[in-house]
Write a protein that binds this ligand. Structure first.
Ligand SMILES: Cc1ncc(CO)c(N)n1
Length: 224
Protein backbone atom coordinates (compact mmCIF):
# COMPACT_ATOMS: atom_id res chain seq x y z
CA UNK A 1 0.00 0.00 0.00
CA UNK A 2 1.21 3.51 -0.77
CA UNK A 3 2.04 5.42 2.38
CA UNK A 4 0.81 8.98 2.81
CA UNK A 5 4.48 9.96 2.96
CA UNK A 6 5.07 8.53 -0.53
CA UNK A 7 2.15 10.54 -1.87
CA UNK A 8 3.47 13.72 -0.23
CA UNK A 9 6.98 13.15 -1.56
CA UNK A 10 5.61 12.60 -5.04
CA UNK A 11 3.57 15.80 -4.77
CA UNK A 12 6.74 17.68 -3.76
CA UNK A 13 8.33 16.48 -7.02
CA UNK A 14 11.52 18.32 -7.94
CA UNK A 15 11.60 20.14 -4.59
CA UNK A 16 12.44 16.85 -2.88
CA UNK A 17 15.47 16.42 -5.15
CA UNK A 18 16.49 20.05 -4.70
CA UNK A 19 16.71 19.21 -1.01
CA UNK A 20 18.20 15.70 -0.92
CA UNK A 21 20.51 16.20 -3.91
CA UNK A 22 21.61 19.76 -3.14
CA UNK A 23 25.17 20.76 -4.09
CA UNK A 24 25.95 20.74 -0.36
CA UNK A 25 25.20 17.01 -0.32
CA UNK A 26 27.07 16.40 -3.57
CA UNK A 27 30.15 18.14 -2.18
CA UNK A 28 29.83 16.38 1.12
CA UNK A 29 29.72 13.04 -0.69
CA UNK A 30 32.83 13.97 -2.69
CA UNK A 31 34.52 15.25 0.47
CA UNK A 32 35.02 18.66 -1.16
CA UNK A 33 32.57 20.66 0.94
CA UNK A 34 34.55 23.59 2.41
CA UNK A 35 34.94 23.20 6.19
CA UNK A 36 33.78 26.83 6.76
CA UNK A 37 30.51 25.99 5.05
CA UNK A 38 30.07 22.95 7.24
CA UNK A 39 30.86 25.00 10.35
CA UNK A 40 28.18 27.61 9.49
CA UNK A 41 25.78 24.77 8.82
CA UNK A 42 26.44 23.18 12.22
CA UNK A 43 25.95 26.44 14.10
CA UNK A 44 22.66 27.16 12.34
CA UNK A 45 21.60 23.57 12.72
CA UNK A 46 22.06 23.77 16.48
CA UNK A 47 19.75 26.80 16.48
CA UNK A 48 17.37 24.89 14.22
CA UNK A 49 17.31 21.89 16.54
CA UNK A 50 16.32 24.06 19.51
CA UNK A 51 13.14 24.97 17.63
CA UNK A 52 12.73 21.46 16.36
CA UNK A 53 12.83 20.14 19.91
CA UNK A 54 10.01 22.58 20.67
CA UNK A 55 8.09 21.14 17.72
CA UNK A 56 8.34 17.66 19.29
CA UNK A 57 7.16 19.16 22.57
CA UNK A 58 4.23 20.64 20.63
CA UNK A 59 3.55 17.14 19.26
CA UNK A 60 3.20 15.95 22.85
CA UNK A 61 0.85 18.85 23.64
CA UNK A 62 -1.26 18.06 20.56
CA UNK A 63 -1.47 14.38 21.49
CA UNK A 64 -4.49 12.62 22.94
CA UNK A 65 -2.91 9.26 23.69
CA UNK A 66 0.07 8.13 25.72
CA UNK A 67 1.33 6.26 22.64
CA UNK A 68 1.57 9.53 20.69
CA UNK A 69 3.18 11.31 23.64
CA UNK A 70 5.76 8.53 23.78
CA UNK A 71 6.61 9.02 20.09
CA UNK A 72 6.94 12.79 20.65
CA UNK A 73 9.11 12.21 23.70
CA UNK A 74 11.44 9.92 21.78
CA UNK A 75 11.72 12.48 18.96
CA UNK A 76 12.61 15.12 21.50
CA UNK A 77 15.27 12.88 23.08
CA UNK A 78 16.77 12.13 19.65
CA UNK A 79 17.04 15.86 18.89
CA UNK A 80 18.84 16.52 22.17
CA UNK A 81 21.27 13.73 21.31
CA UNK A 82 21.84 15.32 17.88
CA UNK A 83 22.58 18.76 19.36
CA UNK A 84 25.11 17.24 21.76
CA UNK A 85 26.97 15.79 18.78
CA UNK A 86 26.93 19.20 17.04
CA UNK A 87 28.33 20.95 20.10
CA UNK A 88 31.07 18.36 20.49
CA UNK A 89 32.02 18.68 16.83
CA UNK A 90 32.07 22.49 16.90
CA UNK A 91 34.16 22.48 20.08
CA UNK A 92 36.76 19.99 18.90
CA UNK A 93 36.84 21.14 15.27
CA UNK A 94 36.77 24.91 15.64
CA UNK A 95 36.95 25.72 19.33
CA UNK A 96 33.43 27.13 19.17
CA UNK A 97 31.65 26.90 22.53
CA UNK A 98 27.97 26.30 23.19
CA UNK A 99 27.75 29.87 24.41
CA UNK A 100 29.18 31.17 21.13
CA UNK A 101 26.75 29.01 19.15
CA UNK A 102 23.82 30.33 21.14
CA UNK A 103 24.85 33.94 20.64
CA UNK A 104 25.24 33.59 16.84
CA UNK A 105 22.29 35.26 15.08
CA UNK A 106 19.75 32.85 13.67
CA UNK A 107 19.69 33.07 9.86
CA UNK A 108 16.35 34.44 8.70
CA UNK A 109 15.82 31.38 6.51
CA UNK A 110 16.21 29.29 9.66
CA UNK A 111 13.69 31.50 11.47
CA UNK A 112 11.27 31.11 8.55
CA UNK A 113 11.56 27.35 8.45
CA UNK A 114 11.28 26.57 12.14
CA UNK A 115 8.50 29.04 12.89
CA UNK A 116 6.60 27.74 9.86
CA UNK A 117 6.75 24.23 11.33
CA UNK A 118 5.63 25.44 14.75
CA UNK A 119 2.80 27.42 13.17
CA UNK A 120 1.64 24.46 11.08
CA UNK A 121 1.35 22.58 14.36
CA UNK A 122 -0.26 25.41 16.32
CA UNK A 123 -2.89 26.19 13.71
CA UNK A 124 -3.43 22.57 12.70
CA UNK A 125 -3.64 19.15 14.33
CA UNK A 126 -1.05 16.50 15.09
CA UNK A 127 -1.07 15.21 11.51
CA UNK A 128 -0.32 18.72 10.13
CA UNK A 129 2.58 19.02 12.55
CA UNK A 130 4.08 15.59 11.88
CA UNK A 131 3.83 16.24 8.13
CA UNK A 132 5.61 19.61 8.57
CA UNK A 133 8.41 17.80 10.46
CA UNK A 134 8.61 14.85 8.06
CA UNK A 135 10.99 16.30 5.42
CA UNK A 136 13.54 16.87 8.17
CA UNK A 137 13.78 13.42 9.70
CA UNK A 138 13.00 11.38 6.60
CA UNK A 139 15.12 13.51 4.25
CA UNK A 140 18.22 13.22 6.44
CA UNK A 141 17.76 9.46 6.67
CA UNK A 142 17.56 9.27 2.86
CA UNK A 143 20.68 11.42 2.58
CA UNK A 144 22.50 9.25 5.13
CA UNK A 145 21.61 6.12 3.20
CA UNK A 146 22.77 7.66 -0.05
CA UNK A 147 26.13 8.82 1.36
CA UNK A 148 26.84 5.56 3.19
CA UNK A 149 28.77 3.97 0.26
CA UNK A 150 31.10 7.01 0.19
CA UNK A 151 31.88 6.38 3.84
CA UNK A 152 32.37 2.65 3.32
CA UNK A 153 34.74 3.34 0.42
CA UNK A 154 36.77 5.70 2.60
CA UNK A 155 36.67 5.34 6.40
CA UNK A 156 38.87 8.47 6.55
CA UNK A 157 36.20 10.47 4.74
CA UNK A 158 36.30 14.10 6.01
CA UNK A 159 32.57 13.91 6.78
CA UNK A 160 32.68 10.36 8.14
CA UNK A 161 31.12 11.33 11.45
CA UNK A 162 28.18 13.20 9.96
CA UNK A 163 27.47 10.50 7.39
CA UNK A 164 27.90 7.82 10.04
CA UNK A 165 25.35 9.53 12.25
CA UNK A 166 22.60 9.79 9.64
CA UNK A 167 23.25 6.42 8.01
CA UNK A 168 23.26 4.66 11.40
CA UNK A 169 20.55 2.16 12.20
CA UNK A 170 19.03 4.33 14.92
CA UNK A 171 18.51 7.20 12.48
CA UNK A 172 17.18 4.93 9.72
CA UNK A 173 14.73 3.72 12.34
CA UNK A 174 13.54 7.31 12.92
CA UNK A 175 12.55 7.38 9.24
CA UNK A 176 10.58 4.14 9.48
CA UNK A 177 8.85 5.35 12.65
CA UNK A 178 7.97 8.73 11.18
CA UNK A 179 6.44 7.15 8.07
CA UNK A 180 4.31 4.80 10.14
CA UNK A 181 3.36 7.58 12.58
CA UNK A 182 2.02 9.62 9.65
CA UNK A 183 -0.03 6.64 8.50
CA UNK A 184 -1.34 5.92 11.99
CA UNK A 185 -2.47 9.54 12.37
CA UNK A 186 -3.89 9.55 8.84
CA UNK A 187 -6.00 6.49 9.68
CA UNK A 188 -7.67 8.62 12.34
CA UNK A 189 -8.03 12.04 10.75
CA UNK A 190 -7.05 12.02 7.06
CA UNK A 191 -9.64 12.75 4.42
CA UNK A 192 -8.87 13.21 0.73
CA UNK A 193 -9.97 16.85 1.07
CA UNK A 194 -7.00 17.43 3.35
CA UNK A 195 -4.42 16.20 0.86
CA UNK A 196 -3.67 19.45 -0.97
CA UNK A 197 -3.23 21.34 2.30
CA UNK A 198 -0.92 18.66 3.71
CA UNK A 199 1.03 18.55 0.45
CA UNK A 200 1.52 22.31 0.63
CA UNK A 201 2.85 22.05 4.19
CA UNK A 202 5.18 19.20 3.19
CA UNK A 203 6.45 20.91 0.04
CA UNK A 204 7.03 24.22 1.82
CA UNK A 205 9.09 22.51 4.53
CA UNK A 206 11.01 20.66 1.80
CA UNK A 207 11.81 23.93 0.00
CA UNK A 208 13.11 25.39 3.23
CA UNK A 209 15.30 22.33 3.83
CA UNK A 210 16.98 22.98 0.45
CA UNK A 211 17.39 26.64 1.41
CA UNK A 212 19.02 25.56 4.67
CA UNK A 213 22.00 24.12 2.76
CA UNK A 214 22.19 27.24 0.64
CA UNK A 215 22.24 29.44 3.74
CA UNK A 216 25.42 27.70 4.93
CA UNK A 217 27.16 28.69 1.68
CA UNK A 218 25.80 32.24 1.95
CA UNK A 219 26.97 32.68 5.55
CA UNK A 220 30.43 31.30 4.81
CA UNK A 221 30.76 33.66 1.82
CA UNK A 222 29.63 36.63 3.95
CA UNK A 223 32.24 35.78 6.61
CA UNK A 224 35.08 35.23 4.14
C1 LIG B 1 17.83 21.53 8.93
C2 LIG B 1 17.79 20.15 9.45
N1 LIG B 1 16.91 19.28 8.93
C3 LIG B 1 16.86 18.02 9.39
C4 LIG B 1 17.69 17.58 10.39
C5 LIG B 1 17.65 16.17 10.86
O1 LIG B 1 17.39 16.10 12.20
C6 LIG B 1 18.60 18.52 10.91
N2 LIG B 1 19.46 18.17 11.88
N3 LIG B 1 18.62 19.78 10.41
Amino acid sequence: MTTLFERLKEAAGQEWLNYTDHVFIQQMEAGTLPPEVFKEYLIQDYRFLVQFARAYALQAYKSRTMADIQIASKGLADVIHETDLHVKRLETGWGVSRQQIESTPEAWTNVAYTRFVLDAGSSGDLLDLVVAQAPCAIGYAEIGERLKPALEANPEHPYAEWIGEYSADWYQQVKVETISHIDALAARTFTEERFSELAEIFTTATRMEAQFWQTAFDLAAANA
